[in-house]
Design a protein around this ligand. Structure first.
Ligand code: FMN
Length: 227
C-alpha cells in the first residue's frame, strides 16, 4: 500500500452518527475486532475485550440506560451553572457559531461494539502506593503512573485500529465515552460484564447515512521538531 492510500483512508474516516437501516454482517464486525487486536499494547497483555451487540432490544437497552443517566445529570442545577453537556470544540465548517449539543443516536445504530478493559494488578502500583505513604518522590511517581495509564492507552490503541478498519470496510462508527460517563455501571449490568473488567467505550456501528467533513489543526500547531 502506498502512503498516499493510507493517508486517504486515515483522513476520510469520520465519526458517523447516522446510519442506514441495514444490518451489518457479523463477519465484518468480527474481522474488524480481530484486526484491532493487532494494535500495540502495553507488555502485549491484550487487556481489551469486545462485546458485539446486534439485537435491537439490547442496543435499545444500552441506549436507554445512557439516556436515563444523561437525563439525571441534565436535571441538576449545576448543569445550567457550568454550561451543560460539551459541544464540539470547532464550529462546523463555514460557520462561526457553536453547533448544538449532539443528539445521542445510539438507539438507531444497527450494531454496537462495547469495548472493555480488563483490570490487572500491577506490582509497580503496589510498590508506589505503599512507598508514597512515606516518600514524596514515590507520591509524585504514583501520580505520573495514574496519568500514563497503560491499560487505557493500550485499549485505546485497539479502538483506533478498530475504527479505521470499520471505515475501510465502508462502515461508519463513533468512539463514545460521553454516554458511558452517566451510565457505565448500568450498561455493564445489561452486558453482564464480570467484575474484573471496565467498559471504557461504546461504539455504534452501521452503514453511514451522513458524510461529515473533517477538520484538523495544521501540523505546525501540534508538532515541534526538537533540535
Ligand atoms: C475518547 C473519545 C471519546 C469520544 N466521545 C464521544 C462522545 O461521547 N460522543 C460523540 O458524539 N463523539 C465522541 N467522540 C468522537 C469525537 O467527537 C470525534 O472523534 C472528534 O470530534 C473528531 O471527529 P472525527 O472523528 O470525525 O475526525 C469521542 C472520541 C474519542 C477519541
Amino acid at each position: 500500500m502506498e502512503t498516499v492510500e493510507l493517508a486517504e483512508l486515515i483522513k476520510n474516516r469520520r465519526s458517523i452518527r447516522a446510519w442506514e437501516d441495514k444490518p451489518v454482517p457479523e463477519e465484518l464486525l468480527l474481522q474488524a475486532v480481530e484486526l484491532a487486536t493487532w494494535a500495540p499494547n502495553g507488555a502485549n497483555a491484550q487487556l481489551w475485550y469486545f462485546y458485539i451487540v446486534q439485537d435491537r432490544n439490547d442496543i435499545k437497552a444500552v441506549a436507554d440506560a445512557a439516556q436515563a443517566g444523561r437525563d439525571v445529570m441534565t436535571s441538576w442545577p449545576e448543569m445550567a451553572q457550568f454550561g451543560g453537556f460539551p459541544r464540539p470544540v470547532s464550529p462546523p465548517p463555514g460557520t462561526s457559531a457553536p453547533s448544538p449539543p449532539r443528539r445521542m443516536p445510539l438507539g438507531d445504530a444497527p450494531a454496537m461494539i462495547l469495548v472493555g478493559a480488563k483490570k490487572r494488578e500491577n506490582p509497580m502500583d503496589k510498590v508506589l502506593a505503599e512507598r508514597a505513604k512515606v516518600d514524596e518522590k514515590a507520591a509524585e511517581m504514583l501520580q505520573w503512573s495514574s496519568i500514563l495509564n497503560p491499560r487505557i492507552q493500550s485499549v485505546s490503541a485497539g479502538i483506533a485500529y478498530l475504527l479505521l478498519v470499520l471505515h475501510q470496510m465502508g462502515l461508519g462508527a463513533t468512539w463514545m465515552t460521553g454516554p458511558l460517563a452517566q451510565s457505565k455501571g448500568d450498561v455493564e449490568k445489561i452486558l453482564k460484564v464480570p467484575d474484573g473488567m471496565d467498559i471504557i467505550a461504546l461504539i455504534p456501528v452501521g452503514y453511514p447515512a451522513d458524510n461529515p467533513t473533517g477538520q484538523r489543526r495544521p501540523v505546525s500547531e501540534v508538532c515541534e521538531v526538537m533540535k
